[in-house]
Design a protein around this ligand. Sequence first.
Ligand SMILES: *[C@@H]1O[C@H](CO)[C@@H](O)[C@H](O)[C@H]1NC(C)=O
Ligand SMILES: *[C@@H]1O[C@H](CO)[C@@H](O)[C@H](O)[C@H]1NC(C)=O
Ligand SMILES: *[C@@H]1O[C@H](CO)[C@@H](O)[C@H](O)[C@H]1NC(C)=O
Ligand SMILES: *[C@@H]1O[C@H](CO)[C@@H](O)[C@H](O)[C@H]1NC(C)=O
Ligand SMILES: *[C@@H]1O[C@H](CO)[C@@H](O)[C@H](O)[C@H]1NC(C)=O
Length: 716
Amino acid sequence: MAGIFYPKFPSILLVLCVLTLPNHSHALDEERKLYIVYMGNLDEKHESPSSHHFNILQEVVDISLVRQSLVRSYTRSFNGFAAYLTPQEQEKLADHEEVVSIFPSKTFQLQTTRSWDFMGFPENVHRNPTVESDTIIGSFSDKGFGPPPKKWKGVCKGGSNFTCNNKLIGARFYGSDSARDTEGHGTHTASTAAGNIVRDASFYGIAKGTARGAVPSSRIAAYKVCSARGCSSADILAGFDDAIADSVDLITISIGGTYAQELENDPIAIGSFHASHKGILVIQSAGNSGDQGSVGSVAPWIFTVAASTTDRGIVTKVALGNGSILTGKSVNSFKLKGTAFPLVYGKEASSPELCDEESAKECILNCLQDNLVKGKIVLCDNFKGRLEALRAGALGSIGQYEGDVSLVVPLPTSALTLHDFFAVESYVNSTKAPKVNILTSESIRNLDAPRVASFSSKGPNSIIQNILKPDVTAPGIEILAAFSADASPSEIPSDKRSVKYSILSGTSMSCPHVAGAAAYVKSLHPDWSPSAIKSALMTTAWRMDVKHNQETEFAYGSGHIDPVKAADPGLVYETVEDDYVKLLCGLGSDTSTLRKIFGVNFNCSEKLKANPKDLNYPSMTINLNTFRRSIPFSEKFPRTVTNVGRTNSTYKAKTSVSSDYSITVNPNILTFGELNEKKTFEVTISGKFNGNMISASLEWSDGAHNVRSPIVVYNY
Ligand SMILES: *[C@@H]1O[C@H](CO)[C@@H](O)[C@H](O)[C@H]1NC(C)=O
Ligand SMILES: *[C@@H]1O[C@H](CO)[C@@H](O)[C@H](O)[C@H]1NC(C)=O
Ligand SMILES: *[C@@H]1O[C@H](CO)[C@@H](O)[C@H](O)[C@H]1NC(C)=O
Ligand SMILES: *[C@@H]1O[C@H](CO)[C@@H](O)[C@H](O)[C@H]1NC(C)=O
Ligand SMILES: *[C@@H]1O[C@H](CO)[C@@H](O)[C@H](O)[C@H]1NC(C)=O
């Protein structure tokens, strides 16, 4: 993204991430569960909504328990509270006339590939919150920044050891005792979006270069809604409640469930609906589940981001004693003293008393005999075996490839493809004293970039089938960005390294790239609506190479973001709140649910129910939804574009061509004589569907701007 002009307009970014130790000591009994008691829009009647919440709760909960039961009040952008309730209390509250809905609080995850489960370290991870550092302040130095913009209504309430400045202008925390980042996730995502420019940043010399956010002149406000247990609906909603009222410009939220939920039960969909009502665009990670249909961010008012590679990859070479060099994956900052070290297979370094052969081959925890691995490199069938190699005091480990990313490792380790792993195994089998070396990681050029990561959650959209998700893809693999010096870069407690920059992968990392790009577009067009900014980034996205991305649009949506082009898109597809409401009506939400959950007053009468394919969305998709294998089809997509390019301009429609389908656009020429003028047209795609997804496209061009929309017809 070289050569971007950074305007001085101060955008405020909100980052809902950052993890820390939990501080929940509820003396309440086990039977109670955390519920969100949602009361819709703020009510002018009650001067103090939180004492009103207390009073309502008191009607159903024993007076001695009310204070403990009430976890959180939402009083700034919408109305409601979170409370621990028994099933009986929950039922009683549901009947309360002021309560519009109650749903259980769920736990969401940070969407880095380095999640606890992935690491094989599920619980009781020891942390050191007292390690002193100045990373947050250091990477978010406010040199050259004036005071926060006038419209800013937030505060710096970061708790212990948290300082704000004119760059990091706000902080709040929920469900923990400080906004301090003990995990590194929040620092990393915030700096990707809006970090200052830092030359010669690297992780121990790996991936060296200039680290910078997309919009270095933007401000950051952090809302920490996660603890080590995950991120609860109750805390996520609290973050939205505050952020909207604090008047942030954009919200980037690298959090999600492992699968999509009905909109009524999805706190991020609800919170971001309120945000969009206030003109705030919400950018969310697609998720790291990888499978078809797993995309967890589904609402059309959210900007959903997949993760893909950049042209820089990180590899770790393994040199065998017979001269072969194999290229594996990991981020290995260590350099072993020497050139060749004894190599031992996990099963040879264990004993039947410790483990069965299969477990020993995988180097499962406590399988290795310390004295048999000392001074040696261990070969383990499983990449997680590195944790046992570390515990047993081995020099290093070699494992099998897991996913397509390089993870920061706590000792010299490389993950090999199955093919290369077998080569090492056969070398061990055929050699008396096998020797090996693991080299320090190096950067390589990824020739097939951008390629969507296998872990990046894919479409189709399981909740709103006729809205294409994810919307776009952005860099999310092996991303170097600022890190918290309080956190272990490999997430292994005994790895005491403290770094200012680290390398992470996940849709958590691609999400703030899009947030930064959106902030950049907004800084040039402060009056654009959230949907216009999103449309600009979608219609100008790069086409992705189908060869390297077999799931096509279900992997990357409209394509890879291009922030420079997005600043001048020519035309935009805009949606207003009414359009979303019609869509919700069309999905079967009844009038009262709409009023309750989304805080809008509307009557879902027949004629207003819209098919989601008709929403004025920058992409077009339809699920034919039939059991028949081979069927003729003909589908129409009505759309309206707004001219934001040249005053006098003529756009011609260009469509993809195939023997499987034909596309007509009516009219196929749009002539504009004014800025902000709107023109309506209809796209018809017809053909014969024979079981495969159809990937087509429409592109409006005036010679200077190319405004592209993917058209996807599928059958599930
Ligand atoms: C805050 O920092 C001080 C010294 O820098 C340290 O003594 C204290 O334990 C820290 N508190 C927390 C909660 O991290
Ligand atoms: C290595 O030898 C073992 C038997 O000791 C055998 O099961 C395994 O398949 C051999 N591996 C390779 C790659 O030759
Ligand atoms: C080293 O050994 C492996 C396994 O036997 C073999 O595949 C490879 O070709 C050998 N390399 C050289 C340079 O001989
Ligand atoms: C919604 O509109 C329909 C049709 O106009 C009307 O019959 C119905 O009473 C309205 N419902 C509400 C709750 O206003
Ligand atoms: C647009 O076209 C109209 C009519 O031809 C002309 O009067 C006007 O000056 C043009 N505007 C610009 C900005 O070129």
